[in-house]
Design a protein around this ligand. Structure first.
Ligand code: C2E
Ligand code: CA
Ligand code: CA
Length: 755
């Protein structure tokens, strides 16, 4: 007999054994009895644990097999879905793509290994980058129809979804992108749309099944026969038979159709009201892919007065009968085209949704006849105000839509033009309207949205314009609002500034500052007149901000006249003083001002009135002005040159003047743009450009001046390369005229101007 665990030594062993058992098996074994019982217990539990491990191993093996199976199935599915699947890591590097994705792009695995998504897909729309970034941040993004322009210019429509995938630690590991090429479906849809429009043609049409039962008729069919669609559908084409043709005629006709799939000829049919009329009928069989005829399409035009019928049917299908404007149907079609062409040419267009304020009240209190008359008048004002290329449509009720195309490639410039046109429309409609002997006053609210994005569709645009219209109404009606708040802010400031500029001339808010121009010896030879605008009680506004607004609104013309008049007065004042009489004053001229038919006259009369000497006046023109309507520009310059006026090209080097062209212009001076002068010290390219301009000027026999000279170093470099004159903060900032006079007294007597 083995001794039982009864001694303290045994007890120690016992504790030790228990600890080890706990460690090995993670289980408690209650030791009872002697050592052999204990060992039995141990071996039993060990055996249990072992068999458990066996079971586990077996299970794992089965699992692994199942996993491989599942994996195989998954792979099969992934490789055979009609969609492209891409898995990217956080750096947008490829981890996996299915074959479909590669095939669609004519790529092999080799082309993508180690590459980033956008390296392989250079034509991916730019908004994708943003989308993938959002997915990396946890968002699921999708798009049902995304037109992507391919490298060869083709548009491929795709449907896609992007969502993050999570690594085992729950952190986003990258993005899974699923794309589906839906170009074929889109093309089919387009065909359907075209077919639908074609079906609304001027000719009467009916579709029958092979037994001659009418399935569908168009509007023109009803116009000609008098049968509405619901009266004709379900009956056979014999409904229209008159007794002018006998059974043989019809038999021959059907024989020809079944033989050749087509028949065409004159036929007498009977209208619903019993009248019999001749028509030109053409019947074609519609075949399915296996060439079996499944339907017949009949097209007929009335022979009695085809022109009249044609006009009427067209009108019914596409035009609003009250105002004669295109209806919603035609508008949507044009909008679709406009979207496509704006995507192609990169020019923004705009949709203006216009609604008459309180129209319902007039309609209700004055009667529908007055309401209708009002709508007709509004339509005609819209038509009269717009360019021929713009479209107007009536959506229904008192809602009109104006479609503006090809506004501008820059969004903000496009918004500005759209706003100007909307304002014109608003003003035109707001003029009193004579209605039944009374003058009526009605105003519109206008919502605007811009488009230049292939992702937008006609419905979205109308919805956006509608939202903007709603805001216009909310803002108190008789108002214009943009869908995009940023556009609204830009337009608001511009409109405010334009209103301010209109007042500025009469309120005397403009003044001229003068900035010194010096020669190589630092002697004052003249000045440039720079316009300043300080609205009453406000800070000075920079010409860089207000000149573009003045140019856009046409206000630059009266403002420019004021500048010229004031400059001439200054020249006349300088002429009285021997120290200033030789100063030449440079005046900036905008393109819009230069092209005024009376520009030459105005200069002449400004000189005459003030008594200023023409040879002391120099006009600064920009290269862009000189490049348009060249012959006209040369003529105007020549005429002014004859009376002694000089010309400088401003901002030279920033435009595209060619040497040959410069030679033809009666120029006196090139003004090196300040952007080149600024970086002379640090930019070798700028140094080279400056040198080139100076030697170009010398070869053309032109005087050269540098603007924006701020440091001695800049002046020294320019001087070393033969620049003859300078303007810039180094010599004086633009300041009121008396500062120039002060400058004279602190310098030596100015040299006579030599250029
Ligand atoms: P601009 O004709 O190129 O005029 C030169 C601009 O450079 C002026 O800005 C002048 O103040 C600034 N400037 C002069 N020296 C320095 C310099 O050393 N450093 C720097 N950084 N700038 C210097 P300003 O007065 O703000 O005029 C801006 C623009 O507004 C003018 O550019 C011109 O295009 C237009 N402008 C000004 N007055 C008239 C005007 O009477 N009629 C027209 N059509 N445009 C004008
Ligand atoms: Ca200038
Ligand atoms: Ca300049």
């Amino acid at each position: 007999m083995e001794p039982a665990f009864s001694t303290s030594v045994d007890n120690d062993k016992h504790r030790l054994l228990r600890r080890q058992l706990r460690r090995i098996f993670g289980m408690e074994i209650e030791p009872k009895g002697n050592l052999s019982t204990l060992l039995e217990a141990v071996s039993n539990s060990y055996y249990e644990a072992d068999s458990e491990r066996h079971l586990l191993e077996n299970a794992l093996e089965v699992n692994a097999r199942e996993l491989t199976e599942t994996n195989k199935k998954l792979r099969l599915i992934i490789e055979n879905t009609p969609a492209g699947i891409v898995m990217l890591d956080r750096e947008m590097r490829f981890l996996f793509t299915n074959q479909r994705w590669l095939q669609d792009r004519h790529l092999t695995t080799h082309d993508i290994v180690g590459k980033r998504y956008f390296e392989v897909n250079p034509v991916t729309p730019s908004h994708w980058e943003e989308t993938l970034r959002r997915s990396l941040a946890g968002a699921t993004e999708s798009c049902e129809e995304d037109p992507t322009v391919q490298q060869d210019g083709r548009i491929e429509w795709i449907r896609w979804q992007a969502h993050p995938w999570y690594a085992a630690d729950g952190v986003i590991g990258g993005v899974i992108l699923i794309t589906e090429d839906i170009t074929e479906r889109k093309l089919a849809e387009e065909q359907l749309r075209i077919a639908a429009v074609a079906f609304q043609s001027r000719d009467g049409m009916l579709v029958t099944d092979t037994r001659g039962t009418i399935l569908q008729v168009n509007q023109a069919f009803t116009e000609v026969t008098g049968y509405r669609a619901e009266e004709a559908v379900g009956r056979t084409a014999a409904l229209l038979h008159s007794d002018r043709q006998d059974a043989t005629f019809y038999r021959n006709m059907w024989e020809a159709i079944s033989r050749e799939g087509h028949w065409e000829g004159e036929i007498w049919n009977r209208r619903k009201d019993g009248g019999v009329y001749p028509e030109w009928l053409s019947i074609s069989g519609v075949r399915d892919p296996s060439s079996k005829i499944t339907h017949y399409l009949g097209i007929f035009s009335s022979i009695s007065d085809p022109k009249e019928a044609e006009r009427k049917i067209l009108e019914l299908a596409f035009y609003d009968s009250l105002t004669g404007l295109p209806n919603r149907h035609l508008l949507l079609d044009r909008l679709q085209q406009a979207l496509a062409s704006s995507t192609r040419n990169g020019q923004f267009g705009a949709v203006l949704l216009l609604d008459l304020d309180h129209f319902k009240t007039i309609n209700d209190t004055r009667g529908h006849a007055v309401g209708d008359e009002l709508l007709v008048e509004v339509a005609s004002r819209l038509r009269d105000t717009l360019r021929e290329t713009d479209s107007t449509a009536r959506l229904g009720g008192d809602e009109f839509v104006v479609l503006l195309e090809g506004l501008h490639a820059e969004q903000i410039a496009a918004a500005t033009i759209a706003e100007t046109i909307a304002e014109k429309l608003r003003a035109a409609i707001s003029q009193p309207i004579p209605l039944l002997g009374e003058m009526r006053h009605i105003t519109p609210s206008i919502g605007i949205t811009l488009f230049c994005n292939p992702k937008e569709d006609a419905d979205t645009l109308l919805r956006q314009a509608d939202l903007a219209l709603y805001q216009a109404k909310d803002a108190g009606r008789n108002t214009i609002r943009f869908y995009n708040p940023r556009m609204q802010a830009v337009v608001d400031t511009r409109v405010e500034m334009e209103a301010g500029l209109r007042n500025a001339l009469t309120s005397g808010e403009f003044m001229l500052h003068y900035q010194a121009q010096v020669d190589a010896n630092n002697a004052l030879i003249g000045a440039e007149a720079l316009l300043r605008w300080q609205p009453h009680g406000q800070a000075m506004i920079s010409p860089a901000d207000f000149i573009p607004v003045a140019e856009n609104s046409g206000l630059i013309v009266p403002i420019g006249c004021w500048v010229l008049d004031t400059a001439c007065d200054q020249l006349a004042a300088w002429a009285h003083n021997p120290t200033t009489r030789n100063l030449v004053l440079a005046v900036n001229i905008s393109a819009g001002q230069f092209r005024q038919p009376d520009f030459i006259d105005h200069i002449r009369s400004a000189l005459q009135r003030s008594g200023a000497h023409p040879t002391r006046l120099k006009l600064e023109l920009t290269e862009s002005l000189l490049l348009e309507e060249v012959e006209k520009v040369i003529k105007t310059m020549m005429a002014l040159k004859e009376i002694g006026i000089r010309f400088a090209i401003d901002d030279f080097g920033t435009g595209y003047s060619s040497l040959a062209y410069l030679k033809r212009l009666p120029l006196d001076q090139l003004k090196i743009d300040q952007s080149f002068v600024r970086d002379i010290a640090i930019d070798a390219d700028d140094r080279a450009i400056v040198q080139a301009i100076i030697s170009l000027a010398s070869s053309l026999g032109l005087h050269v001046i540098a603007e924006g000279v701020e440091t001695e170093a800049q002046r020294d470099f320019l001087a070393a390369h033969g620049c003859q004159a300078y303007q810039g903060y180094l010599f004086g900032r633009p300041a009121p005229a008396d500062q120039i006079d002060k400058l004279i007294h602190t310098r030596s007597t100015p040299h006579a101007c030599l250029f």
